[in-house]
Design a protein around this ligand. Structure first.
Ligand code: HEM
Length: 219
């Protein structure tokens, strides 16, 4: 990977994130599942299969600069309930980020088990399929877990595949590979679901401000 020699000079960022999200534009908004998602998770007596419902919100954020690297993105929150339980089954927050200059896509994940990760992939604006990966021990796009998880459910890799469907919904398949003491092979913790838009996205904070100032000037 080649990076610019000048690591300080920033690019001019555009104020309207929704227009510059490239392949992530289709993810902006609030989403809910209609049919149930499917989870396979590890239990003492073998894999447990559970159905779940989901709500995911993806809010456009203002453009972010790391020196010359310019990123547009969404801040997300996913809340999941098992079909037969009121307590939260899975909760996750993070960012989806897109670098137009290189086609880099990143998803950051934060899960309240004491676990964070950054997955990365590449895509072009019109792509209908995104694949991102994170691997434990990788300097750039890794997985960092609490000491207990490292001991009992070591997460070696994470892969997400997103498919944008013709009807505007999108589907994902997650494969999280876990090393569990006493098991010879890695455990495939798999989750899949299809999400339908229930709300259009709000513009990002800066663009809301710019729009307000423009309206005030016109009056
Ligand atoms: C739709 C997404 C997901 C759902 C519904 C889900 C659900 C679950 C459930 C129900 C368990 C078992 C919890 C228990 O026995 O107490 C579990 C375990 C686990 N999950 Fe997930 N998970 C999801 C995604 C992820 C992701 C993306 C990661 C990490 C990158 C992850 C990492 C783990 C780990 C390390 C465990 C083992 C800890 C344990 O069983 O106590 N999960 N997950």
């Amino acid at each position: 990977m080649k990076f610019p020699r000048d690591i300080y000079t920033e690019q001019d960022a555009r104020p309207d994130t929704l227009k510059h999200l490239g392949p992530l534009r289709r993810l902006a908004g609030a989403w809910e599942s209609r049919t149930t998602g499917r989870d396979i998770n590890p239990k003492a007596d073998g894999p447990e299969h559970r159905d779940y419902s989901e709500r995911t919100e993806m809010l456009p954020i203002d453009a972010q600069s790391n020196g010359p690297q310019l990123l547009y993105g969404l801040r997300y929150h996913t809340h999941i309930l098992a079909s037969d339980e009121d307590a939260t089954f899975h909760d996750q927050t993070g960012y989806w980020l897109w670098e137009p200059d290189t086609g880099l896509i990143m998803q950051t994940l934060s899960i309240p088990r004491g676990q964070v990760a950054i997955a990365a992939g590449r895509a072009r604006p019109g792509d209908r399929r995104l694949v991102l990966r994170a691997r434990r021990g990788t300097p750039g796009y890794g997985i960092c877990s609490s000491a207990f998880l490292e001991h009992a459910f070591r997460t070696d890799s994470y892969r997400i595949e997103v498919t944008f469907n013709r009807n505007g919904s999108w589907s994902y398949v997650l494969d999280t590979m876990l090393k569990i003491p006493g098991r010879k092979t890695l455990f495939r913790h798999r989750d899949e679901n299809t999400l339908f838009r229930v709300q259009q996205p709000q513009p990002n904070p800066l663009w809301r401000k710019v729009a307000k100032q423009r309206r005030a000037k016109r009056r």
